[in-house]
Write a protein that binds this ligand. Structure first.
Ligand SMILES: Nc1ncnc2c1ncn2[C@@H]1O[C@H](COP(=O)(O)OP(=O)(O)OP(=O)(O)O)[C@@H](O)[C@H]1O
Ligand SMILES: [Mg+2]
Length: 342
């Protein structure tokens, strides 16, 4: 029996903006319901500005104005007990941060304090949650650096003295040194070159398996999802539009937007012309009626313009929010997948 560690229900989180006295709401997370299981890597994909970072900021309990949670719940089932991070007190959040729940922010490798040695930053992060000092603390940190394939003298370095790949290993190290049960990583490898990216991804997977933790992994890069994740959720304009086991999402997508994302991946030796997706994602301050994807959807019918399709089960462990999910043809055949799936 697989157990859920995170249950998100009906989550809505909006940015409340004020322009010259006119208030405007950006509905970045608009009614998301999903779960993450113990010991899995759950990938989140979707194009820029679709709300991926906003969504996982709520999961990571990093909600700051102008964002606010308007509705719904985000419940973790940690060993230390259940907690809803949308209603928890700052003290309760303090008790789980880094110990149970950790967050590798988008662009985090460039947010390491430039005037603090890495060793000092490790102390800031880990000393209190690990409740250790002296030799036990040092051994714990050095053991963790070894697992990250980082030399011990990195602790004496300043961030600018390290390469991009090493800096990203350090941020992953900071986020995992306390062996959290749940790790949230937002585009952790986007700024790295392909070779280093592969190393860092391998490392995240190794650490996840070692620690038996759950990971929510955000990237717009579908080839990373193909090689990293157990399940993928696709976000479009603030909503989860499809979710399923990674292989099924690639070979039997049930939402036209997923089919498009998968088909737009470059594949070795493939010279066929792929249909481009017209238009741009909608404004989250004023999203279209009905299905938010309908203005760009090749399958759209009248109903799609007025009625919001619910996210419903369409196959084993697979949900889609599309009125025409039965008509979605996979644009990728398994024999074409060479170079995409490991
Ligand atoms: N601090 C903020 N204040 C106001 N609006 C914001 C803020 N941060 C994000 N938004 C808006 O919320 C929407 C979703 O943005 P978000 O950063 O969550 O998208 P994303 O999917 O992570 O994009 P990317 O792939 O570029 O990282 C966008 O319309 C964005 O402009
Ligand atoms: Mg983002």
């Amino acid at each position: 029996m697989t157990q859920d560690i995170l249950t998100v229900e009906g989550l809505k989180a909006y940015y409340q903006m004020n322009y010259f006295g006119v208030s405007r709401e950006v509905r970045a997370v608009d009614d998301i319901t999903m779960t993450v299981r113990k010991n899995e890597i759950y990938g989140i994909a979707g194009e820029s500005s679709s709300g991926k970072t906003s969504f996982i900021k709520v999961l990571a309990a990093a909600i700051r104005p102008p964002m606010r949670v308007v509705d719904g719940s985000v419940k973790f089932n940690f060993k230390s007990g259940p907690i809803d991070v949308t209603t928890a007190t700052p003290q309760q959040l303090d008790a789980i941060r880094w110990r149970s729940l950790s967050y590798i922010m988008q662009g985090s490798m460039s947010t390491l304090n430039p005037v603090r040695r890495i060793g000092k930053t490790f102390e800031d992060f880990a000393k209190r949650p690990l409740a250790a000092s002296g030799t036990p603390y040092r051994e714990r940190v050095l053991g963790h650096l070894e697992r990250l394939k980082l030399p011990a003298d990195v602790l004496n370095a300043y961030p600018h003295e390290l390469s991009g790949g090493m800096r990203q290993r350090v941020t992953i190290g900071l986020a995992t040194v306390c062996h959290p049960e749940f790790v949230i990583a937002d585009e952790p490898t986007t700024a790295l070159d392909v070779v280093v990216q592969k190393e860092v991804l391998g490392l995240i997977r190794e650490i996840q398996q070692d620690m038996g933790s759950s990971v929510v992994f955000v990237t717009h890069d579908m080839s990373v999802h193909a090689n990293m994740t157990d399940r993928v959720g696709i976000i479009y304009a603030g909503r989860l539009v499809e979710e399923g086991p990674t292989r099924q999402m690639f070979f039997a997508p049930k939402h036209p937007y997923t089919a498009h994302l998968v088909a737009s991946l470059p594949r070795i030796g493939d010279t066929t012309q792929r249909p481009a997706l017209e238009g741009r994602p909608p404004s989250l301050a004023n999203p279209p009626q009905g299905c938010r994807f309908h203005p760009r959807c090749p399958l759209a019918i009248d109903k799609c313009k007025t009625e919001v399709p619910p996210l419903i089960p369409v196959a084993n462990d697979h949900r889609s929010a599309c009125w025409r999910w039965q008509d979605v043809a996979p644009l990728v055949k398994p024999h074409q997948a060479h170079g995409v799936m490991a």
